[in-house]
Design a protein around this ligand. Sequence first.
Ligand SMILES: [Zn+2]
Length: 116
Amino acid sequence: MNQRFRAARWQDYLRVLQWLAVYLVVVIVSAVFLTPQMPPLGFIATLLIFGIGLVLLVRWHAGFTGYRCRHCEHEFEISTFTDLVSPQGTGPGGSWKYLRCPQCGRRSRARVLVKN
Ligand SMILES: [Zn+2]
């Protein structure tokens, strides 16, 4: 097996939470201060920041993580879009994301890994 990915550590979760917090602060600040400015421009600007920020956040996350199929142990990466729309959660054995494996084609709660 290659060494492209490793198991996620708590520091990795912290990094995800940190960027999530930055995103939330930017969105809340723009919602509070930008939205009342020159309607509807302020509102549109807030929506733009909300949308662009979300894409940047998910793009970063998709590049940061890898996934391991539960059926064949194949490790793979996912696109920003897949990252955005796929259900995910945490359970015994770590975080998972419900994905279709590109190698065996079966769906499973793929184990979340971090890129080396
Ligand atoms: Zn597989």
